[in-house]
Design a protein around this ligand. Structure first.
Ligand code: ZN
Length: 321
């Protein structure tokens, strides 16, 4: 029902629910007290009751009960996790948060990626329902800090891709409009055009990839990235026309054309590339990669695709603009 990544909506839900809970408890008590006072005064004044007076009081009580149940139902709807992102955090969230924080501190991820990654951990945690109010407050405080940090960080555009708050924003392409196709503005001399690598990978994607591959190496696994950092439109046309249908993206559609996708090579311990038909188990370097990519803000989106590509890696957080 709601977008769980929308922090202001989450905050609004939180306070709205709080307001409902308070009014549900306080309003009926006040109304009943007022009625009791009225009844006592009436009795003292007239030494008895007439029917009209009693009917009026019963009506007020009835409406109060109806309102109470309306508020109660609304409260239930909002707190149902399937309907919204519940603002109740789970008891073990903070522990989960801390252990994740240690993990990413080890990993040398860039600051924005780190913070964005933690934000995702926290938001996912929010989706698990529980009633630990103190934890909620702690998590909310952390999210606010994260938010402030993200606001201060934005980066410049390369090949229509810009990175802001750890998210890779890229232009949507229009079918049939060549000018909007990916791969049509690959750099011809990346190092002279503001890139930090000679392949034409987006700088931030390249940083993530390098850190990821270095970390693999520290763990004894050999992985290499493709030297084709930005795949030109023409190259994609060639792939598309020569490969099995469905294997390569249609020309203009591949994120390789924006420098934010890479095809990795995984190696066995004897330095030979893992052959096709490999699994995470038979090719441990690949197993490690699939297991650890998210720590570096990376993902393998085609592991479950009809044409499985266990080598194709992209940034986790991407959005079209
Ligand atoms: Zn690929």
């Amino acid at each position: 029902m709601f977008n769980c990544n929308n922090l202001s909506l989450l905050n609004f839900t939180y306070y709205f629910k709080l307001a409902l809970a308070i009014s549900m408890t306080i309003v009926p008590v006040i109304v009943l007290e007022l009625i009791a006072i009225k009844v006592i005064r009436y009795k003292n004044k007239y030494k008895g009751f007439n029917t009209d007076f009693i009917v009026r009081q019963i009506k007020t009580i009835f409406y109060t009960i109806v309102l109470f149940f309306l508020a109660y139902s609304l409260h239930m709807v909002i707190t149902t996790p399937s309907n919204t992102c519940s603002m109740y955090a789970k008891k073990d969230i903070i522990e989960e948060y801390k252990s994740n924080l240690n993990k990413i501190n080890d990993s040398d991820m860039n600051e924005v990626t780190k913070v964005k990654y933690m934000e995702n951990v926290l938001l996912n945690a929010y989706n698990k329902d529980t009633k630990e109010e103190s934890k909620v407050i702690e998590v909310k405080a952390t999210i606010n800090k994260v938010d402030d940090f993200l606001k201060e960080n934005s980066d410049k555009t390369l090949n229509t891709v810009y990175v802001k708050d750890g998210v890779f924003y890229y232009k949507g392409h229009i079918d049939g409009n060549y000018n909007t196709y990916y791969g049509t503005s690959c750099p011809s001399d990346p190092l002279k055009e503001g890139y930090n690598n000679k392949f034409g990978y987006n700088n931030y994607f390249y940083n993530r990839l390098t850190k990821f591959i270095d970390e693999a190496s520290k763990n004894g696994y050999k992985i290499t990235m493709s030297e084709q950092g930005c795949r030109s439109y023409q190259t994609q046309v060639n792939y598309y026309s020569t490969m099995t249908p469905g294997r390569a993206a249609p020309p203009g559609w591949s994120l390789h054309g924006l420098g934010i996708a890479s095809d990795l090579e995984f190696y066995n311990s004897n330095d030979s590339p893992c052959p096709s038909g490999r699994t995470d188990k038979s090719c441990p370097s690949m197993g490690w990669a699939h297991q650890n990519a998210s720590r570096f803000g990376l993902t393998f989106p085609l592991l479950n695709a009809s044409y499985r590509e266990d080598w194709h890696i992209e940034p986790i957080n991407k959005q079209k603009y």
